[in-house]
Design a protein around this ligand. Structure first.
Ligand code: ZN
Length: 111
């Protein structure tokens, strides 16, 4: 892809400005680009690559790379969160049931 103004091929995908532009361009399979040579921002046909087509996973959001990326799939992360929530609930139930947080009651030794 070349810049329509200076014909440079040093163009980068630009961030879509707001949901309106994002949606309108997405429907037309277009995307904003910026020329790094002259700074021109222009809209062109979206270059469909495997990278841009693939939905972002949690690992992508976390910026994980390599082995962590392979191990921490969405299923693993969701499973881990679910397990953590269940653990917290179980701990809470125990704490509430046996008063683990409350300070030991004193003053009844004399009974
Ligand atoms: Zn240019």
């Amino acid at each position: 892809m070349n810049c329509p103004k200076c014909q440079s091929d040093d163009v980068r995908r630009s961030r879509r400005r707001g949901p309106q532009e994002g949606l309108a361009l997405r429907v037309k399979h277009q995307a904003p680009y910026r020329c790094r040579a002259c700074g021109l921002r222009f809209v062109a046909e979206e270059e469909v690559t495997a990278e841009s087509d693939r939905p972002l996973s949690i690992a992508d959001y976390l910026g994980l790379r390599g082995w962590a990326r392979r191990i921490l799939t969405d299923q693993v992360i969701y499973g881990g969160i679910a397990l953590l929530v269940i653990l917290v609930v179980i701990i809470m139930v125990f704490v509430l049931a046996f008063g683990g947080i409350a300070p030991p009651v004193t003053g009844y030794q004399g009974e």
